[in-house]
Design a protein. Structure first.
Length: 92
């Protein structure tokens, strides 16, 4: 149930799986995401940006990629802070 109303309607429906409290959705058990629209075993980016696979609600990234959704490429060798050294793998 929505607890805050704006012009007679709920500003966020929380996917029908949560309550809108203090400006954000609080999801019911088994649901997650900004609007409680993801089952606990789903990844926010279902294909993990093509650089991993979703397992139990988390992206497992292939070598050379990091981030919650495998969206960040890594530098192999050299200094991660320098683009002049090492080999860049992936995209950011």
């Amino acid at each position: 149930m929505c607890q805050i109303f704006f012009l007679g309607s709920c500003p966020l429906l929380c996917g029908g799986h949560g309550d809108y409290v203090n400006g954000e959705c609080e999801c019911q058990p088994g649901w997650k995401g900004k609007e409680c629209s993801l089952r606990h075993d789903e990844c926010e980016v279902s294909d993990c940006n093509g650089h991993g696979h979703c397992q139990e609600g988390r992206c497992l990234c292939v070598k050379g990629f990091t981030g919650d959704s495998c969206q960040k490429g890594q530098y192999l060798g050299g200094d991660l802070g320098s683009q002049d050294q090492g080999i860049r793998v992936g995209i950011e």
